[in-house]
Design a protein around this ligand. Sequence first.
Ligand code: IPM
Ligand code: MG
Length: 368
Amino acid sequence: MNPIKIAVLAGDGIGPEVMREAIKVLRAAEKKFGFSVETTEAPVGWAGIDAAGKALPDATLALCKKSDAILFGSVGLPDRDPTIPKEERPERAALLRIRKEFGLYANLRPVRLPPALAHACPLTPERQGDGIDILVVRELTGGIYFGQPKKTEDLGAGNFRATDTLVYTTPEIERIAHVSFKAARLRRKKLTSIDKANVLENGVLWREVVTRIGKEYPDVALEHMFVDNGAMQLMLRPTQFDVLLCENMFGDILSDEAAALAGSLGMLPSASLGATSHGTTFGFYEPAGGSAPDIAGKNLANPIAQILSVSLMLRYSFGLNAAADGIETAVTKAIGAGNRTGDIFSAKESGARKIGTREMGDAITANI
Ligand code: IPM
Ligand code: MG
């Protein structure tokens, strides 16, 4: 088998240090499970601006285009934002641009609270039930993040008018609905579709289309929920959810909320997938959390979200399920053995050891 070609874009903030650990784990999995990977690093975000004057340098984009998958860290350094126009900032000029450029419309964010981390969940034990295990499916290339017009007009006298446009078409809703129903089939066969159909035109269309597509999946139980109620239900009774289907902005918000249930945003990986052609799916894999500049370079960041992003990559883009399982088991074992980065550490927990980014990467690598 030809080596799998991965573009490695570590980006800013904690990106490089968590990426280092993820590559360590990838290399260990490569040896153990007998596949072959070729990784090429390239700058993105502020690292791209510093290296080549653009958040997504041409050479980085060219590398992505000839790769089989993109392993991404995180971008953005808010302190530097005022120095360049907002369209050129990494979130828009690199991250959103890549999502659009590669048609990565399906964002999968699996939220799991491992039993060993029950203490890190802000909910009382009764509300955690037998454990939290939710897959947030977020539509990623439509909605209010991309709709036109998107502009700020000067109304004079110090007043402005800002416009963003929330727009979805039937095919955009259909394809993300299919992804969600298929994912639910492989899990507990329940799909909760989130919308705001009581107020938004988009919500009405969303609900109609998802209901219609649902007829093709009679084995999956479909329910609809308004987003405000969904946000509340996530806190009150998260165990009722299996797959949560959301449009772009609702998914952005609810996936952060759901991540808090899993103990930390540092635990949440994500896969952004485009269309499947010739049996392979081009994918973009990144932690759902941000660049966390406040803790960058201090060996404090939790590398687990980045490491689990590697496992999603092996699973979704390359069908290397045994290797993906191997990485997930290694993470569970490392946590089970009491290894904790600061974000998931509690002094009250007996047998827990507070360690750094590198040590967590080593502990997981040792379990591969
Ligand atoms: C995410 C992030 C991004 C988003 C930001 C950094 C643009 O919050 O992936 O959830 O809003 O999509
Ligand atoms: Mg977000």
